[in-house]
Design a protein around this ligand. Structure first.
Ligand code: PEP
Length: 256
C-alpha cells in the first residue's frame, strides 16, 4: 500500500457539491468562481463534484493546478461486478486526487458502516488518492453525551488499516450530523472541543504523524460564520455543502 502524497496549505476550503451541478453547470460555476478568485499561496481550495462532472471540472481548472479535485465516494474494491460504483483507481485515472469517505449522507442515507469506511480509506490510499474521512455524531448521540465516543470510534475504524505514516497523509472532516444541511451550525466553541478531542485521538493512534493531519469543520458553514469557525482553536479548514453551490457566495467564503 502506498501513501497518498499531498502538501496542503491550511486553511482548506473544500466544496462538497453532493448530487448537484452537471458538467454544463460546473463549467459555468468555475468561469464565475475563477474570475473572482486569484491563486492564493496561503490556502487550499478543493472541489468534490459529482463523479460525472469531474472531467468538466478538471478541464475548467487546467490553468489552476493549485485547486484540487476529488470524488464524493468510492467502492473499496479496485474493479469488478459492482454496477453503478466507481473505484479508487478509476477515480484516480479520471483525475481525482482526493475522495470523501464516510460522509454522513453515505453513513446515514446509504447505510455505510464503520468497517466499510475503513476499507474505503485503505483502498483510496492504496490507489494514491487522499481520503478525507468524515466523522460526526447524530443529535441523539450528542444529547446522550456520546459525541467524543462516536468520533473516536469512527476515527479508529476509518484509519484501522493504515500505518502511522499513511495516517499523516489523510484529511479529517468533523461534521456533526445535526448541523449538515440544517442551517444549524456548531458554535466555534462546540466545534473546537471536538477538534481538540479529534487531534488527541489522532496523536494517540499515530503519534507525531497524527499531529500533522488537517481537521476540517463542516455543517451549515456560510459566508457569515466561516471566519469565526476558522478562528476556533483546532479548526484547519471547512467542508461546505449548500453554501458552495453558488459561485459568488463560494468565492466570498474562499476569500475569507
Ligand atoms: C456537507 O455536505 O459536507 C455539508 C457540510 O453540508 P452543508 O454545508 O450544506 O451543511
Amino acid at each position: 500500500m502506498t501513501g497518498a502524497a499531498h502538501e496542503v496549505k491550511t486553511p482548506i476550503f473544500a466544496a462538497n457539491w453532493k448530487m448537484n451541478s452537471g458538467p454544463t453547470e460546473s463549467r459555468a460555476f468555475l468561469r464565475t468562481f475563477l474570475a473572482r478568485n486569484a491563486r492564493r499561496p496561503d490556502r487550499t481550495v478543493m472541489f468534490f463534484p459529482p463523479a460525472l462532472s469531474l472531467a468538466a471540472v478538471r478541464d475548467s481548472l487546467r490553468e489552476r493546478p493549485d485547486i484540487l479535485v476529488g470524488v464524493q465516494n468510492i467502492h473499496w474494491e479496485a474493479k469488478g461486478a459492482f454496477t453503478g460504483e466507481n473505484s479508487a483507481p478509476i477515480a484516480k485515472d479520471a483525475g481525482a486526487t482526493h475522495v470523501l469517505v464516510g460522509h454522513s449522507e453515505r453513513r446515514h442515507v446509504f447505510g455505510e458502516t464503520d468497517e466499510q469506511t475503513g476499507k474505503k480509506v485503505a483502498a483510496a490510499v492504496a490507489a494514491g488518492l487522499t481520503p478525507m474521512l468524515c466523522v460526526g455524531e447524530k443529535l441523539e448521540e450528542r444529547e446522550r453525551g456520546e459525541t467524543e465516543a462516536v468520533v473516536v470510534r469512527q476515527l479508529r475504524a476509518g484509519l484501522a488499516a493504515l500505518s502511522n505514516a499513511q495516517i499523516a497523509s489523510v484529511l479529517i472532516a468533523y461534521e456533526p450530523v445535526w448541523a449538515i444541511g440544517t442551517g444549524r451550525t456548531a458554535t466555534p466553541a462546540d466545534a473546537s472541543v471536538v477538534h481538540v478531542a479529534t487531534r488527541r485521538e489522532l496523536t494517540s493512534i499515530a503519534g507525531e504523524h497524527g499531529a500533522k493531519v488537517p481537521i476540517l469543520y463542516g455543517g451549515s458553514v456560510n459566508a457569515q460564520n466561516v471566519r469565526a469557525l476558522l478562528d476556533a482553536p483546532g479548526v484547519d479548514g471547512v467542508l461546505v455543502g449548500g453554501a458552495s453551490l453558488d459561485a459568488e457566495g463560494w468565492a466570498t467564503i474562499v476569500r475569507s
